[in-house]
Design a binder for this molecule. Structure first.
Ligand SMILES: [Zn+2]
Length: 302
């Protein structure tokens, strides 16, 4: 994987918003470097570079394509607890909400299709992309000309970029909370800025200290895993939001003039926040690398 390192390093420092997506994809390549099927598709240096350099491309698409934004998040707390202990299809969730409207469990949802759309599509998008990539790999196995194979390989590359991006978003807890940028009514006021702080500012500043060590995943049913893991990650998002208040209390005890709304502009405050958040950010980066690599190696390039 030496071939990609120089250009990747330059890019990492050009676009900080894409920082985590790029480091995740870069490490996924290392985790797949022994997979012959993977290498048969990702055979050109251009493709390896592209997989890393365009890791944040799906975020750029959100500006042009309004439907794209719903693929990057899911609001677990817009639904009743317990709905996602295992896989549920969009149709079955819709039925549950329609029943819940009658029983009073989901009384203020309004239009059900609109409600489901508004609260995001992320876990199903991941599952749909895995199905799509499996079918592209099956098509690739029967093409006869090199031109057709190159054409499919390019499609596989862009769908791998999409899948890796959505999984990394999935592993980022605030993408799973309706209060994705914190609450407005916390005791000190709005938490606006916590999202960028957690997923971008802190990892960018402290990444060199993170030990990147993907874990070996043992997954029985992948679809069930995605949904149950989603609830587990969502719960951590609530911890992140609560912790922000604790950190402010600690900081304020020795920095009386700090204003809550301006806290993220204070370098010392950011450093203190990182002290509490770094271990979990590192864990989620490792989870994203592990899950993408697992799906590539065990489900797509097999
Ligand atoms: Zn995204």
């Amino acid at each position: 994987m030496k071939v990609i390192s120089a250009s990747v390093i330059v890019l990492l420092f050009c676009n900080f918003g894409a920082f985590v997506h790029k480091i995740v994809n870069k490490r996924v390549l290392v985790e797949c470097e022994k997979n012959k099927k993977f290498l048969s598709v990702f055979k050109k240096k251009r493709m390896l570079e592209n997989f890393v350099m365009n890791a944040a491309e799906p975020d750029k698409r959100k500006k042009k394509d309004l439907g794209e934004r719903y693929k990057h998040f899911f609001h677990v707390n817009a639904y009743e607890p317990g709905e996602f202990s295992r896989y549920i299809s969009r149709e079955d969730l819709k039925k549950k909400i329609l029943d819940g409207k009658k029983s009073g469990k989901y009384k203020d949802v309004g239009d059900v299709d609109g409600y489901i759309k508004r609260h995001g599509d992320l876990p199903w998008v991941i599952i749909d992309k895995i199905v799509l990539l499996k079918s592209l790999m099956a098509d690739r196995g029967v093409v006869e000309s090199d031109i057709d194979r190159d054409d499919i390989d390019n499609k596989i590359l862009s769908e791998c970029i999409n899948l890796a991006h959505y999984i990394t978003d999935f592993c980022t807890p605030l993408h799973l909370n309706e209060n994705y940028d914190g609450c407005d009514d916390y005791k000190y006021g709005s938490q606006t800025g916590i999202h960028k702080m957690w997923e971008d500012v802190i990892p960018r500043l402290f990444f060199k200290k993170y030990k990147i060590a993907p874990v070996k995943l043992v997954i029985d049913d992948l679809n069930d895993y995605i949904f149950s893991k989603m609830v587990e990650i969502y719960k951590k998002s609530e911890d992140i939001l609560k912790k922000d208040l604790d950190i402010f209390d600690i900081y304020k005890s020795s920095n009386k003039t700090i204003y809550y709304d301006l806290r993220f502009k204070d370098k010392k405050y950011v450093k203190l926040s990182a002290k509490y958040y770094n271990a979990y950010i590192k864990k989620q980066i490792n989870l994203a690398i592990s899950l993408i690599s697992y799906i590539f190696n065990k489900h797509i390039f097999v």
